[in-house]
Design a protein around this ligand. Structure first.
Ligand SMILES: CC(C)(COP(=O)(O)OP(=O)(O)OC[C@H]1O[C@@H](n2cnc3c(N)ncnc32)[C@H](O)[C@@H]1OP(=O)(O)O)[C@@H](O)C(=O)NCCC(=O)NCCSC(=O)C[C@@](O)(CC(=O)O)C(=O)O
Ligand SMILES: [Mg+2]
Length: 297
């Protein structure tokens, strides 16, 4: 779980929990994670049916390398506890907890999860928790939320709800949630966990999605939620290093191995200083590109 995880989460595909066709096909499109949704994609009169369907899908479908995450209803809603009772015994890779506002919210959630795990003789360190920040109060408390428990291995932002909670007009550049995005990134980075950006609602605007993904990558997000298979390649490609970046990183890494042999802490490549942080960035690029570092030794 959590800090030992090496799996990438560039794309997390939301799938409405009451749509059997989409649920069955969800893992074939190349998303790193599927997000089986019991919350806002499901109408109130469909909640029970969706929960049963998601339970059966998680039990019976092989998602292969795709991470399986279930978005629960909040524990303060009439559906939250029933979701936990059905989903926790299945131990999906993670549960996504919407509208997390405080550590009290998380404590209540984790205590209940662990109670159910104890009842079923399940470990407490397998299924992780993704805390969604979707209100101004959650943004204010995100640092405490991110460090509260090792089970929290990602912080995510829900831009639609946050915009509504702040009672602001949603613009294409999402200026109104920029502060929140950056605060969420900092809280995640301070705890060395993932931070996942909100969805891009216009599924026909490929250029807009690419532009937004380039921006959120630049400010530190490690992935983005998507709502349609057509969005997956666009986001995955933005999060993959370019060929030029890989070539440069490989050069730095090779130089670093050589420098270590010569007991040098700092050296230059093409006239530019290379020190430990430059090497760490190069290593991250090679890791994202899934290049085996032992091939450089
Ligand atoms: C948007 C649209 C209606 C477009 O429909 P369209 O019909 O135009 O789609 P097409 O492209 O024509 O579909 C072509 C083929 O792909 C299949 N297919 C489509 N979508 C698929 C999918 N998601 N999973 C698997 N399969 C899929 C489809 O079945 C078809 O299959 P086939 O018939 O076999 O060819 C549809 O995609 C959709 O419903 N998306 C999910 C919406 C959703 O979950 N919303 C809730 C999460 S956000 C939220 O809650 C806000 C947040 O909380 C969160 C945050 O930000 O994190 C906040 O506060 O901000
Ligand atoms: Mg939301």
């Amino acid at each position: 779980m959590a800090q030992n995880r090496t799996r990438k989460r560039r794309t997390m595909l939301y799938i409405p929990g009451n749509n059997p066709g989409m649920l069955q096909q969800g893992s074939v499109y190349g998303a790193d994670s599927v997000l089986l949704d019991l919350e806002d994609a499901v109408a109130l009169n469909q909640k029970d049916a969706a929960r049963t369907l998601v339970r059966n899908i998680v039990k019976s479908i092989n998602f292969y390398n795709c991470e399986v995450t279930v978005r629960l209803n909040h524990t303060d809603t009439p559906f939250g506890d029933a979701d936990l009772e059905e989903i926790v015994p299945l131990q999906p890779d993670a549960v996504r907890f919407p509208k997390t506002e405080s550590v009290e919210d998380l404590k209540k959630l984790i205590d209940r999860i662990e109670e159910i795990e104890n009842k079923h003789n399940l470990p407490h360190d397998k299924m992780s928790i993704h805390a969604m920040i979707e209100t101004a109060k959650g943004v204010r408390n995100v640092f405490e939320i991110a460090e509260y428990s090792k089970r929290v291995d990602a912080i995510t932002i829900g831009g639609q709800d946050l915009t509504a909670d702040m009672n602001i007009v949603k613009t294409k550049d999402n200026a109104g949630i920029d502060y929140a995005r950056k605060q969420i990134v900092m809280a995640a980075k301070a705890n060395r966990i993932d931070c996942i950006d909100t969805v891009y609602a216009d599924v026909d605007d490929d250029e807009g999605l690419k532009e937004e993904t380039l921006y959120i990558k630049k400010i530190g997000f490690t992935g983005k939620a998507v709502i349609n298979p057509r969005q997956i390649d666009i986001v995955n490609n933005v999060f993959m290093p370019t060929e030029a970046e890989i070539r440069k990183a490989a050069k730095v890494y090779r130089g670093w191995i050589d420098a270590k042999r010569r007991n040098l802490g700092v050296f230059a490549i093409d006239g530019k200083m290379v020190d430990a942080p430059v090497m760490a960035r190069a290593k991250y690029v090679l890791d994202m590109a899934e290049i085996d570092l032992s091939s450089f030794e």
